[in-house]
Design a protein around this ligand. Sequence first.
Ligand code: NAD
Length: 352
Amino acid sequence: MTKKYNLAIIGYGGMGGYHAHHILKDHNRIQVTGTFDILEERQKAAEGEGYKAYESLSALLSDETIDIVLIATPNDVHKEIAIQALRAKKHVVCEKPVTIFSNDFEEILAVANETNRHFMVHQNRRWDEDFLTMKKIYDANLIGDVFHIESRVHGANGIPGDWRHLKQYGGGMVLDWGVHLLDQIAFMVKSKITSVYANLSYILGDEVDDGFQTILTFENGVTALVEVGTTNFIQLPRWYAKGIEGTAVINDWNINGKLVKQNFDKEYAAPKPIKAGQGLTKTMAPPSEEATTSYDLPKEVDHMESFYDNFLSVVEGKSAPIVQNEEVLRILKLMETIFESAKKNEVIKVSL
Ligand code: NAD
């Protein structure tokens, strides 16, 4: 008979609830059985939804019927909970960013190794359709070899939530959205990062960054601009990429966008000069009609095993993790370099 797994959620807030009600709702092999939250109202909410709300973390961890623990607390306490859960012989899924500093994650990994338990970080945006579309364009050279990628998320609501405003909880946008966008770029480009430049924004007056821009250079020649903003009342496209044969734009999470490619087979017609502003330009004139063709974005993307199916495959020794801990560690080091670059206002040479 196929084994079923019991999972308990520590930190039953927004994301804890999302795992229970959406991601794991119809999972055929994992059932959410219990929760623990330091807030009384969240304990009551969990009970109202039919879960066992444990009176303490240690009570939850000493329940031998629990196989997997999901950590969905604010970022600053992931480490201490992860280490206790691993020592209690639980397999652990942890929300992103796994820790605030890379050396804390190394400590978790040492304990996972020592206790022989599996630990996987929920870098769920590797499964996002917009990202998989961009990855398809990149992997299949649909605009020729891609040499520059821009990845942005723009909001206009400032930093959400309470703890995300505060440094002690691991707040700020580099750690919040940055970790996703950087993880996606690194997962796609698969080449070493050789230099990093970043600037952080503090427009809203918080002690943590309310947005950032970073420029990454990869060993294979690709450059990437990654940007998160929370004061953007007009949004720039989610993805913009340049290849040697064309350009791609993905405007939003609904995958609106297009590819525009150069027609190498047609006879080249030199662009006609146009009046632009108070001047004349040939360089910036639109290409002649025969020079380019627009295409729809690819519909068929390469789908991966779902996050939790993959986690179970890893636990059962059947496949390798899609989100590898070394990759997560690399992104933590990259974020440390981003903070260093912004502080010094310098390009930092790395081999990451
Ligand atoms: P939240 O504030 O809505 O929920 C956090 C919950 O943890 C709260 O109910 C709080 O009372 C509880 N908590 C705090 N300290 C605790 C402790 N020591 N023990 C037990 N419970 C504790 O925050 P959120 O938006 O749900 O974020 C939680 C985590 O999920 C963060 O790490 C965040 O970065 C991550 N997150 C991930 C995604 C994603 O797409 N992967 C999206 C949102 C949030």
